[in-house]
Write a protein that binds this ligand. Sequence first.
Ligand code: GDP
Ligand code: GDP
Length: 435
Amino acid sequence: MSFTVAIVGRPNVGKSTFFNRLLQQRKAIVDDVSGVTRDRQYGVTDWNGKYFNVIDTGGFVADSDDVFEKEIAKQVVIAIDEADAVIFMTDAATGVTDLDTSMANMLRKIKKPVFMAVNKVDNNNRMLEASEFYTFGFENVFFISSMTGSGSGELLDAITELIPQETEPEENELPKIAIIGQPNVGKSSLLNALTNQERTIVSDIAGTTRDTIHTHYKLFQKEFILIDTAGIRKKNKEKDDLEFYSVIRAIKAMDEADVCMLLIDAEKGITAQDINIYSLAARKGKGLVVLVNKWDLIENKETNTSRDYEKDLKKRLAPFNDVPVIFISALEKTRIFKGIETALQVYENKQKKIPTSRLNEVMLKAIEAYQAPVVRGNTVKIKFVTQLPTHVPSFAFFTNYPDDIKMPYKNYLENQLRTKFDFTGVPVRIFFRKK
Ligand code: GDP
Ligand code: GDP
């Protein structure tokens, strides 16, 4: 399930302040765009137990109203193209401006829910001034202060009401595998290579959003859904927007998938943006496989070349780097089925449910062998482990001092789970609970 909210508004109304408050310590993906536009940011947040993507459409540093108008139009287009709901932010401290008015005029025409957020309502006096924004005629108006956080709860309540409750997937649902990566890494080529050979597409299923294409495949006696965004190019998009759109698409494809195949370009190596996408997928609990494409372009390969490449790559992916790395060439069709096979294996790992008795047998032994450090004179005992019935493999360790177990020991437990039960490619979650 993918739900995306875009924050639009003229410069300095407080969009990024609000965005940062929403994301708190979570890391955002920042798209550094040069020229008149400043960073656009993407991230994922949750409210009332519902997760949604947030796009801060960015501000712009420009000195003429003409440029402002143009940029504002661009933000609205992004919002219309990519969002399920829009937060239209204005500033009570400055009151209604011409730019607010022209933006309101554009937003009134769109068919998506618009939440007007009058920001900087830090105190009651401001409230009075803020009410002039009612004249825009939007149904949903909220008075907020991004600085103090007041009012934002009501706004988020209203937004999350639009997001359907996550339904448990049916037992026999097919694995969903997304092909993601930056422009020109070879997503279309991979897709073509996969479909030309041994093509056994059962049917084309329309994507749940128009930004992804779902294809039903049967390969190796296995059925799965391939989700791709290759070939989707928006008309009339300026060049600097290409990467921006590709990131949003990747996030959407990721949201709909169980496992993501992240393509990177062998020659270019992994980029900061690739790592951002990778960590976002891990935070969302998605299975991951890294496909190093265009391996044919690497010359003078020796026995150690791929091993060393993988080692370097994993260093950059840390902390979560228990992930398969496959070297492929979409062009020469080498190891592409190995890529699919591996993604399906990761899917199996993600579905894994370890019986409680087996889990305790193995893990209590590992805990015995290396005990949690004594904290403030407390001997930390872990007596029982169980896997929780969640989509992302999650484990609860019951202990007398849940707060006294620190990162290094948590990492030890995670490593033990990984080595003993094989969760390659799958983020796992560990919780400590009071026994
Ligand atoms: P953006 O250009 O729309 O992203 O705006 P920013 O988030 O960069 O904020 C512009 C300025 O407004 C900054 O100086 C913020 O500190 C300030 N600001 C943001 N939210 C509030 C608020 O709720 N109250 C007050 N008083 N100032 C705010
Ligand atoms: P997309 O934007 O991610 O869909 O990338 P494309 O599939 O359009 O590929 C971009 C360019 O990379 C094209 O010129 C492809 O021919 C080339 N390419 C894709 N895969 C390979 C590969 O495995 N080896 C080589 N040498 N070139 C490739």
